[in-house]
Design a binder for this molecule. Structure first.
Ligand code: PMP
Ligand code: GLU
Length: 423
C-alpha cells in the first residue's frame, strides 16, 4: 500500500538504463527486431585471462574483508599510480559491488548538497532523491562540449557557503563521450579547493579514452577528490559487479564510515570476482586488448556522430566511452507536426515506429522539452570486431568497412533514425 512507503520514494521508478534493457528483451521475445542503442553495456568479451582466473578461483568460499582483498586493493592502487599519476596507497582503496553502490553509500554518508552538471548519468540524482538530498543541477552546453565551466560552478554555489557540497564529475562522460580540456580541469580544481567541495570523480570510462589522454582531476586537487572506477566498462564485466573508490588520506573519516555501512549492508564483494580482479589489473596483455577495444569504439563513435551530423542533427564527436548525445532540435518543426514536443515522446515514437531504442535526454537531467537523447553504440558483435581488429596491423586505420559484418545493427539503426526524423 503506497501510504506505507516513504513519500520521497512514491515516484521512484526502475532506473532508465535497466528498464530499457528489459523492455528491449521483451520486444525481442515477441519477435520484433530492436536496434539496441538504449543500454550502455560494454560489447566486448571479458579478456580470456580474467575469465580463466575467475574459473580457477571459483572454489573460494570464504568472506573477505569489508574493504576488499588486500592484493586487489594493492593492484588498484598500483594502477592509479601508473595510469593516473596520483599517489594512492592500497589502504586508501575501497572495493564495492559496483561503483553505483559506493556512490549511493557516499551520498548516504555525507551531509549537504549534491551538485550535478547535466546531462549526467541516470542514477546520480535518483540516488540523491532516495536519500532526500538537495540537488543543484547545472546545465552544461553543447557549445562547450558539455564541459562544466568554472564560472558556472562558482555561480551555482554563490549563496550556499554554509552547506557541505559534493560535486559529481564524469569524464569521458556518459551520455556524451566528451571530456574536459586540461585548463578547465585545473580551474575547476581551484574552485573546489577554495570552496571546500568534495569531488566524486567518476572515471569509469577513463581507460577507454580513445587517444589514451585521460587525466584525473585528482592530479590537481588530490586532497578533495575521490576517484571512482571499476571493471564494468574497460574490462567489459558489468555483470560481475566490481567497482572501487580511492580516497584521499584527508577523507579517511568518510572511507571508514562507508566501510562500516558496507559491513552492515553487503559485507564484501564476491570472493572469486575479487581474485579475478587482480588478474584484470595486473595482466599486461590487457593493454593489447584495450588497444583494439578503443580502436573499434573510436571508429564506430566517429561513424555514428558524423553520419548524424551530415544529416543535420547536432551532436559532438566522442572522445571516449560509448555514448553520443544527439539533439534533434533542428528537426523541431517536423517533430512538432508529429505531436512530439519532448524527449520522452520522441524516444517512444522512434521505438514504436522504427524499432530504434534510445534514452530520452530527460533521463539525464535535461529539460523535458529539449529534444535530446542518448545513443549507446554498443549493439555490435564485439567478439567479431576484436578478431578483425587484431588481424589488422596496429599502424593501419580501422574503418567501418573492415568491421562491416559486425556492425550491421549500428549502420542500419543509424539509417533508420535518419529516415524516421526526415519522414
Ligand atoms: N558511472 C557511470 C557514468 C556509468 O555509466 C555507470 C554504469 N555502469 C556507473 C557509474 C556504474 O557502474 P558500476 O556500478 O557497474 O561500477
Ligand atoms: N551504465 C550503463 C548505462 O548508462 C548501465 C548500467 C547501469 O545503469 O547500472 O546504460
Amino acid at each position: 500500500m503506497s501510504e506505507y512507503i516513504h513519500s520521497n520514494l512514491n515516484a521512484l521508478e526502475r532506473s532508465a538504463t535497466l528498464a530499457i534493457n528489459e523492455y528491449c528483451d521483451t520486444l525481442e521475445k515477441q519477435g520484433k527486431h530492436v536496434f539496441r542503442f538504449g543500454f550502455g553495456q560494454a560489447p566486448f568479451p571479458i579478456p580470456d585471462k580474467v575469465v580463466n582466473s575467475l574459473r580457477e578461483n571459483s572454489f573460494r568460499k570464504n568472506y573477505l574483508s569489508v574493504e576488499g582483498l588486500p592484493e586487489l586493493r594493492e593492484a588498484i592502487a598500483n594502477y592509479h599510480q601508473s595510469f593516473d599519476n596520483v599517489n594512492i596507497q592500497s589502504d586508501q582503496v575501497l572495493v564495492g559491488p559496483g561503483s553505483k553502490e559506493l556512490m549511493f553509500s557516499l551520498q548516504l554518508a555525507l551531509k549537504g548538497i549534491t551538485i550535478l552538471p547535466t546531462p549526467c548519468w541516470v542514477s546520480y540524482s535518483p540516488q540523491a532523491n532516495i536519500l532526500n538530498r538537495e540537488i543543484i543541477f547545472i546545465e552544461t552546453r553543447y557549445e562547450d562540449s558539455w564541459q562544466l565551466l568554472p564560472d558556472q560552478l562558482n555561480e551555482s554555489i554563490s549563496n550556499r557557503t554554509d552547506q557541505p557540497k559534493l560535486l559529481i564529475l564524469n569524464y569521458p562522460g556518459n551520455p556524451h563521450g566528451c571530456t574536459f580540456e586540461l585548463e578547465t580541469l585545473k580551474e575547476l580544481a581551484t574552485v573546489c579547493r577554495k570552496n571546500n567541495i568534495i569531488i566524486l570523480s567518476d572515471e569509469i570510462y577513463g581507460r577507454i579514452h580513445y587517444q589514451g589522454e585521460h587525466i584525473s582531476i585528482a592530479r590537481y586537487y588530490p586532497e578533495g577528490t575521490i576517484i571512482s572506477s571499476g571493471l564494468s566498462k574497460w574490462c567489459a564485466a558489468g555483470g560481475w559487479r566490481l567497482g572501487h573508490f580511492s580516497f584521499p588520506k584527508e577523507l579517511k573519516y568518510l572511507q571508514n564510515i562507508m566501510s562500516s555501512v558496507a559491513s552492515e549492508t553487503y559485507s564484501c564483494v564476491s570472493t572469486p570476482i575479487q581474485y579475478a580482479g587482480i588478474t584484470a589489473y595486473e595482466d599486461e596483455s590487457i593493454d593489447h586488448y584495450l588497444f583494439h577495444c578503443k580502436r573499434i569504439l573510436e571508429t564506430i563513435g566517429q561513424y555514428c556522430a558524423s553520419t548524424l551530423i551530415d544529416a543535420g542533427i547536432k551532436v559532438r564527436i566522442p572522445k571516449g566511452a560509448f555514448y553520443i548525445f544527439p539533439n534533434f532540435q533542428p528537426f523541431e518543426e517536423i517533430l512538432n507536426k508529429k505531436n512530439i514536443f519532448d524527449s520522452k515522446t520522441l524516444c517512444k515514437r522512434l521505438l514504436d515506429d522504427s524499432g530504434v531504442a534510445l534514452l530520452p535526454g530527460s533521463d539525464f537531467g535535461r529539460d523535458a522539452k529539449e529534444l535530446s537523447a542518448r545513443l549507446a553504440y554498443v549493439n555490435f558483435d564485439g567478439e567479431g570486431a576484436i578478431r578483425t581488429s587484431m588481424d589488422l596491423s596496429k599502424e593501419s586505420t580501422l574503418t567501418m568497412d573492415h568491421i562491416s559484418e559486425s556492425v550491421l545493427d549500428i549502420t542500419n539503426g543509424i539509417r533508420e533514425i535518419i529516415n524516421w526524423i526526415k519522414s
